[in-house]
Design a binder for this molecule. Structure first.
Ligand SMILES: NC(=O)c1ccc[n+]([C@@H]2O[C@H](COP(=O)([O-])OP(=O)(O)OC[C@H]3O[C@@H](n4cnc5c(N)ncnc54)[C@H](OP(=O)(O)O)[C@@H]3O)[C@@H](O)[C@H]2O)c1
Length: 280
């Protein structure tokens, strides 16, 4: 039984993929209603909370492998690693990102703390250091539909956006058959790195309407997120990450998705075509 620690974008899609692969999978979901489709698909939905030690302990019954994905919250992931150690699980897939201990972005420092704990635990593991998710554009979709434009502090920086469902498929593949992946770090990306202008071009093509982008500053990016209800510390983190994109921080692509899945990584155009109605 593979335990997936959350039922968000990556967790849900990874669970669906494991069902397709015929691998027993449990998802810890704090909101049962959001996991109805997973339960219907044959996923063992465990109603629990990663902040509750007893709940995490119970979720580990019969578990042999883990897909570790949270916001990331260090305390939650350390609790999972602790339980995984006690349950002597065979392998953990850790969802992470390009992370350094001295990063200006708090969540990247959090990922390093978790990665270090996982290494110290001695548990066999694989890191998926994902590039930025294409799904981040879905947050801007209502504004794009309304104004035919989006605002970003990413400037001319190119980003090797990856479809979170490809990340999930890689996580499922590795979790289902970890031999050969132990101790490895993969860098899932899409097939190409795109500038904001090129993203606008793709959105123009798939919506049939001219979409443009408006360059904004770090401060404007942060305020824009706060104005739609993002807590200030997360807005700061996100705006810093976007500003770093302008400096080429996410300008990399790899063949990892294609090599691990045996098919090409999803392109931004394929992703946007699937969500064309939302963007239009
Ligand atoms: N976004 C990017 O561009 C990007 C790029 C690279 C790496 N990453 C990494 O990807 C990870 C996020 O993955 P994701 O996009 O799949 O996350 P997500 O869609 O934001 O989902 C987060 C999930 O965590 C659940 N959750 C929150 N608190 C919980 C708790 N106490 N107990 C149980 N569940 C809880 C949420 O449940 P509710 O629905 O109930 O809130 C939600 O289902 C992060 O580690 C991030 O750093 C992201």
């Amino acid at each position: 039984m593979i335990l997936i620690t959350t039922a968000g974008k990556v967790g849900s899609a990874a669970a669906q993929r494991l069902v397709e692969l015929g691998v027993p999978v449990r998802v810890l979901a704090r909101n049962r209603e959001k996991a109805v489709a997973l339960a219907q698909a044959g996923v063992d939905v465990f109603h629990g909370d990663l902040d509750d030690s007893q709940s995490v302990e119970e979720a580990f019954r019969g578990v042999s492998g883990v897909v570790l994905v949270t916001a990331p919250v260090v305390s939650q992931e350390l609790r999972v690693i602790d339980n995984a150690k006690r349950a002597d699980v065979g392998h953990i897939v850790k969802i992470t990102t390009k992370a350094t201990a001295n990063s200006s972005i708090a969540r990247r420092r959090n990922h390093v703390a978790i990665e270090d704990a996982l290494i110290s635990s001695g548990l066999p593991h694989t890191f998926l250091r994902n590039n930025a998710y294409m799904q981040n554009f879905l947050m801007a979709a209502p504004a794009i539909a309304e104004t035919s434009s989006f605002r970003t502090a990413a400037g001319d920086g190119r980003v090797g956006y990856v479809d979170a469902r490809d990340v999930a498929a890689v996580a499922a593949e590795v979790a289902a058959a970890p031999a050969g992946h132990v101790g490895k770090t993969y860098w899932p990306t899409g097939p190409e790195a795109l500038s904001a202008d090129e993203v606008a071009g793709v959105l123009t093509k798939v919506t049939g309407r001219k979409v443009t982008f408006q360059p904004i500053t770090y401060e404007e990016q942060k305020q824009a997120m706060i104005s739609v209800g993002v807590p200030e510390h997360i807005a700061e983190d996100n705006a810093r990450a976007v500003a770093l994109m302008a400096e080429g921080d996410c300008d990399f692509v790899t063949d990892d998705v294609a090599e691990l899945l045996g098919r090409p990584a999803t392109s931004f155009e394929q992703f946007a075509t699937g969500y064309a109605k939302v963007f239009a």
